[in-house]
Design a binder for this molecule. Structure first.
Ligand SMILES: [Zn+2]
Length: 467
C-alpha cells in the first residue's frame, strides 16, 4: 500500500509586514535586497517583534482545518548554517514542551478519506538563492534576502494519502480554504511549497524535498511511487533517504547531504515571550472568520435552490462567491449563479484576466435583471458580459451601442413570424399536430433576429398565428 505524508509551507501573502519586523510581506515587488532591515538580517542588537496579525491568521487556518489550538504558544530557534539564512537560525515552533505550536492535531475530509493533520507551525521564510551562469565552471550563487522573515505556515499531515490523486484533491481543497480565509494567494509564485514522504508496501520512507509548487507536488509523488515500485519489482532494496525534486527534469534525485542527521540545537527563542491565546481570544477569532466554503454552499442550495453542482463550483472560489454575494437578491440569485458559472468563469479564467476585468457586482445585478425582464436575450447577454469585462461601461450603453436589445416590439416581431410561417409550411403543419415541435419555429425566428427576439413573446405570438 502506498503511504504519502505532506509538509506544506504556505506564505501568508496577504499580510502587510513580515513576521518579526515591519518590512513588507509582499517582497515580490522589490528590487533585490531592498526589502530588508536590521531585524530580518539578524544584525547585533536588533530584536524581533511578533506580528499579531500573523498569529491571528495562522490560528484561523488551524481552526479551519479542525485542529486543536493551544492557549499558550512558544517560538524556538532552529540553528543551522545556510547562505539564505542571515541569522544562522530560523525562528520556528516545536512541540518539545507539550503542544506549543499554533495548531495541534486535526483532520479534513478529502472525499470519503479522512486526512489527519499532525500540527501547524508558524515560522519565518528564509531568503532566496539565485543561481546564475550556464555551466558548473562559471556558475555563481546570489542571495536575495527580501523574502527572509516572510510569515510562513507549515501544515504537517500524517502519512494518510494513498495516491497522488488524493494529494491533488487535498491541495485543491486547501488552496480554496486558504483563499477563502483571505490569508494567502496560492497562485503567487513560491507562495506554496512542500516536502513529501513516500513509502510503498510497508517499505522504508523516502523524503522528497524542495517541491516548489502544488502542481509539482502531485508529479513528484507520482514519480517517487513509480521509482519505488520499479525497484521493488526487481527485488532491489529501497533505502531510507532524502531526495530532492528537480523541477526542470521532473524527477527526484538522491541528496548527498545528510540533512536528516543534522542536530538543529533547538532552544527557546528568548527574545519572544510565550504568547497567550486564551479561549476568549479564540472565540473572538472564530467570529471574525469568514463564512466557510461548506456553509456558503449549503446557503446557496437551501436559500436559492441552486443546483448542488453549481453551488459547489460557486462557493469554492472566493472571487466568484464574493461577486455572487455582492450582486444577488432573492429574485435574481439563480440567474446570477448561472451567468457566473456558465459564462463568466470561461471569460476570466486566469489571475491576470481577473485583475484586468472591469466587471462589478452592480453590472451583474443589472445584467441578470435585463435577462429576466426580457430586455436582452441569454444569447446576447454573453456578448454584453464580454464587453462589460473589457470596458466597464454601463449595461444600457452597451446594449444600444452593440444593438443587443431584444426585439420586443410586437408588430416588428409579428412581421418576422409571418415570414417564417410562410417559409416553413411543413413545420407549421407539424406544430399543429405536435405542439412540442413549435420550438423549431422559435429557433427560426431567433435565427432571423440574431438571437434577439424575446423568447416568451415569440412563443406566444407563434402559437396564436398557428391556431
Ligand atoms: Zn525587516
Amino acid at each position: 500500500m502506498t503511504k504519502i505524508g505532506l509538509e506544506i509551507h504556505c506564505q501568508l501573502t496577504n499580510l502587510n509586514s513580515k513576521l518579526f519586523c515591519s518590512c513588507k510581506a509582499n517582497y515580490r515587488e522589490f528590487e533585490i535586497n531592498e526589502n530588508i532591515c536590521p531585524i530580518c538580517m539578524g544584525l547585533p542588537g536588533s530584536l524581533p517583534r511578533l506580528n499579531q496579525e500573523a498569529v491571528k491568521k495562522a490560528t484561523m487556518i488551524a481552526m479551519a482545518l479542525n485542529c486543536s489550538t493551544p492557549e499558550k504558544i512558544a517560538f524556538f530557534r532552529k540553528n543551522y548554517f545556510y547562505p539564505d539564512l542571515p541569522k544562522n537560525f530560523q525562528i520556528t515552533q516545536l512541540n518539545i514542551y507539550g503542544d506549543t505550536s499554533i495548531g495541534g492535531t486535526g483532520s479534513i475530509m478529502v472525499g470519503d478519506k479522512k486526512i489527519n493533520i499532525t500540527r501547524i507551525q508558524l515560522e519565518e521564510d528564509p531568503g532566496r538563492l539565485i543561481y546564475e551562469g550556464s555551466s558548473s565552471k562559471n556558475q555563481i550563487t546570489l542571495v536575495d534576502y527580501n523574502r527572509a522573515g516572510t510569515p510562513l505556515v507549515e501544515i504537517v499531515t500524517e502519512p494518510d494519502f494513498e495516491s497522488p490523486k488524493q494529494v491533488r484533491e487535498f491541495l485543491n481543497i486547501l488552496s480554496d480554504l486558504l483563499e477563502n480565509l483571505g490569508v494567502s494567494d496560492p497562485s503567487l509564485e513560491g507562495a506554496m511549497r512542500a516536502d513529501a514522504n513516500v513509502s510503498i508496501e510497508g517499505g522504508k520512507k523516502v523524503e522528497v524535498k524542495n517541491i516548489g509548487s502544488f502542481h509539482d507536488l502531485e508529479k513528484a509523488t507520482h514519480f517517487e511511487i513509480t521509482r519505488q515500485t520499479s525497484l521493488h519489482s526487481r527485488d532491489i532494496d529501497i533505502i531510507q533517504e532524502t531526495r530532492h525534486w528537480d523541477d526542470k527534469r521532473k524527477i527526484t534525485i538522491s541528496s548527498r547531504s545528510k540533512e536528516e542527521e543534522l542536530d538543529y540545537r533547538y532552544f527557546l527563542e528568548g527574545d519572544i515571550p510565550w504568547i497567550t491565546i486564551d479561549s476568549s481570544i479564540q472565540e473572538k477569532l472564530r467570529t471574525e472568520m469568514p463564512e466557510s466554503i461548506s456553509s456558503k454552499k449549503e446557503r446557496y442550495i437551501s436559500k436559492y435552490n441552486i443546483p448542488p453542482q453549481v453551488a459547489d463550483v460557486l462557493s469554492s472560489d472566493k472571487f466568484y462567491s464574493d461577486l455572487f454575494d455582492e450582486s444577488h437578491d432573492e429574485t435574481n440569485a439563480k440567474e446570477i449563479a448561472n451567468i457566473i458559472t456558465t459564462d463568466l468563469m470561461g471569460l476570466v479564467d486566469t489571475r491576470e484576466k481577473r485583475e484586468e476585468s472591469k466587471l462589478s457586482a452592480k453590472h451583474l445585478a443589472e445584467l441578470s435583471n435585463a435577462i429576466q425582464s426580457g430586455k436582452i436575450s441569454r444569447n446576447s447577454s454573453k456578448n454584453a458580459l464580454h464587453e462589460i469585462i473589457k470596458s466597464g461601461k454601463e449595461l444600457s450603453e452597451i446594449i444600444s451601442e452593440l444593438d443587443l436589445g431584444n426585439v420586443s416590439d410586437e408588430s416588428e416581431l409579428l412581421k418576422i413570424i409571418t415570414e417564417v410561417i410562410s417559409a416553413e409550411p411543413q413545420a407549421v403543419e407539424q406544430a399543429k399536430s405536435n405542439p412540442q415541435t413549435i420550438n423549431y419555429l422559435v429557433g427560426k425566428v431567433m435565427q432571423k433576429t440574431k438571437g434577439k427576439a424575446d423568447p416568451k413573446l415569440t412563443l406566444d405570438l407563434l402559437k396564436k398565428q398557428i391556431e
